[in-house]
Design a protein around this ligand. Sequence first.
Ligand code: FDA
Length: 373
Amino acid sequence: MDVIVIGAGAAGLMCAIEAGKRGRRVVVLEHNPQIGRKILISGGGRCNFTNLHTEPGNFLSANPHFAKSALARYRPDDFIGLVRKHRIPYHEKTLGQLFCDRSARDITSMLEAECNAAGVSIVTACRVDHVEAADRFHVRTDSNSYRAESVVIATGGLSVPKTGATSFGYDIARQFGLRIQPCRPALVPLVFDQFPELTGVSLPVVVRDGSVAFAEKMLFTHKGLSGPAILQASSYWQPGTELEIDLLPGINLVSLLRERRADARPVLSSLLPQRFAKHWFPESTGPLSDRQIQSLSEALHGWRVRPTGTEGYAKAEVTAGGVDTADLSSQTMEAKKVPGLFFIGEVVDVTGRLGGFNFQWAWASGYAAGQAV
Ligand code: FDA
């Protein structure tokens, strides 16, 4: 073998296809019985496979410049070209997010077909437990052993362990002396032990965490807060800190309440979801002074919430942090001090925002390594 790719997820399969197209002899080793398990559950089963507005600013990393080169060399249009070639119907849902019309299985079938066409072998139900560097790399699985010039670690992050997520990639990075940026659950619901009675209420908000702001929907859950605005903010949130939430974005509450000074309740009931308005304003507020109007407006436009934690890796869409990009080439994803060893996809300290960016990083980093292995 020339190349061993560990992990048949989005990044590993893309890398294998590209390396196979270059005539490299490639094997992909996957411990699940099927390939692309996370692709299959992504985007509610329809896989939000890319985002038309992909740019480096949509990614979090200790080095915000690292992802630029790979993202520039494999664009959303390149992946869309592949989707079109396989006649997979898709649509833009919102904000540049592209989803399959039918099912995420269209994407895994496409990747499998591309692997077959490029002569890539895929071995499933085979867990890699050892990688060693001698004259070539030796890779041992629970059933076999392989040797190759290059090894690509595409084992993903820690989120949703029931899909087969392991810490294997981080363990290998440490074994070969690469540094790790601390890992944490990201794109994850936040725990906030108040308002369980509002479970299911959803409203458009702007959530701010320091210098970032997300204008999307927020959802009250039985454990706290979720919905796209909260998931986005969770990637930036640090334990112990507050989020600021504008519950009435774009609405000039002060002038509306001055017109209806006698009672704020009907105004608020018309602006907020019924259950939310009823809970926060169970009774008539009575006539309000200018000062009361001002403070009510400030409370609703700048609701301050201090979450007690996140719902953890079980509910996180991705893992923030990972293999330190300072130890990798941004052109090829190869470890600077270990020729032939590559890290791609979520295991690397590059984390996309919600909306197809994480897959775009998987495709782009897989493509970059696929040209170099
Ligand atoms: P990925 O996790 O996909 O693949 C790693 C593979 O390595 C796995 O198949 C695993 O079994 C295998 N593996 C691990 N250890 C191994 C070992 N020791 N031996 C052999 N194999 C091993 N993103 C997005 O852009 N749009 C979306 O719609 C969604 N939706 C979404 C929903 C949910 C519920 C989750 C959890 C995540 C998403 N994501 C997403 C995120 C996206 O799924 C994720 O970022 C990519 O799948 C990462 O691709 P990788 O190839 O890096 O890892």
